[in-house]
Design a protein around this ligand. Structure first.
Ligand SMILES: [Zn+2]
Length: 329
């Protein structure tokens, strides 16, 4: 009988792999280049090619977007693992070392990565190019105060593509003309995404274009697609227990007078607070999960990813469909 370990590898495969890892480390040590040698799998499960990832993004969504600018040819690791809390993420020693070993790190900025600021500062001091994505949003596309979820507006993501491409180009990891072509085609697919989301959301009547969420994470979506944020359950991204009950009473009043009974929540998390709140409205309300902090998990039967089903693009389209369905009733 074949024995498998927790990752589904046979024991023989695992032993072989351990031998390969040890052998690789011995070579690294012998070459005196331990700091640039790393073995193992990156967060997306791609085998590493013998050195640390040169490009790191703070979140999985940004890792997907940034890698897509290069048609997926430049691998981008996510610092925060899938499913982890994006706000107030505490960096491990291992992740901090990965950051210090990268060439360029893309941070969201705007308060999302506050807990990472000391580590990012250390990386910057040691010569890592730390790019604050939020700081590159200007003019009509400027950040919205109190909401760091910039990626919820694909128009803003599209506006950042040339800057991301020029950062990647400086790394000299792929042919310049190919990179330009990939960046242009990804920018075009984001423009097409905006149009497609607009048409999905088009049937939602003007008076229903009002969003309520657990924390302030739909401001960018609202601005792009002509919605407004009616209110948020938590003024701060922390737990519901921090919310003043009077604030929830006021929110309930404004929802009832606007005829809005839907609360949008982050997919995959517990929503006990939102469910209780909706039940207490005394009318038939619903809690609808959206993909905001984490993209949907791709299942093994989904087949290989193509440019048209890149996670960010499909996740945003799914969000538009769920919002449209919830607010047309
Ligand atoms: Zn958030």
């Amino acid at each position: 009988m074949t024995a498998f370990d927790a990752s589904g590898n046979t024991v023989a495969q695992t032993r072989l792999r351990a031998t390969v890892v040890i052998a690789a480390l011995v070579v690294c040590i012998a070459m005196g280049v331990v700091s640039s040698c790393s073995v193992g799998d990156d967060v997306k499960g791609h085998p590493r090619t013998g050195q640390r990832s040169q490009v790191i993004a703070i979140t999985g969504i940004w890792a997907d977007i940034i890698s897509s600018v290069s048609c997926g040819r430049i691998p981008v690791e996510s610092l925060i693992p899938a499913g982890a809390d994006t706000h107030d993420f505490e960096v491990s020693i291992q992740s901090a070392n990965d950051l210090l070993g990268a060439e360029v790190v893309f941070a969201n900025g705007l308060g999302l990565d506050t807990a990472l600021l000391p580590t990012l500062e250390r990386a910057r001091e040691s010569g890592v190019d730390v790019v604050d994505l939020g700081a590159h949003l200007l003019g009509d596309l400027k950040p919205i105060e109190g909401d760091p979820h910039v990626w919820m507006d694909p128009g803003r993501v599209r506006a950042l593509v040339p800057m991301i491409a020029s950062q990647l180009s400086a790394l000299d990891l792929m042919d310049e003309a190919d990179l330009t072509q990939c960046a242009e085609s990804y920018a075009a697919s984001l423009e097409a995404l905006v149009k497609e989301m607009e048409s999905v959301l088009d049937p939602v009547p003007v008076k229903m274009r009002q969003l309520v969420s657990e924390h302030h994470n739909l401001g960018y979506f609202a601005e792009r697609f002509d919605f407004s944020v009616l209110g948020v359950m938590n003024a701060a991204p922390g737990s519901l227990s921090e919310t003043d009950p009077r604030h929830l009473d006021e929110l309930a009043d404004s929802m009832l007078s606007a005829g809005i009974t839907t609360v949008f929540v982050e997919s995959g998390e517990g929503h006990h607070g939102a469910e209780t709140f909706v039940k207490d409205l005394g009318v038939r309300g619903v809690v609808v999960p959206l993909y905001i902090e984490n993209p949907p998990r791709r299942s093994a039967d989904d087949g290989p990813a193509g440019p048209e089903d890149a996670e960010y693009v499909s996740m945003m389209l799914t969000n538009a469909q769920r919002i449209a369905r919830a607010l047309q009733k």
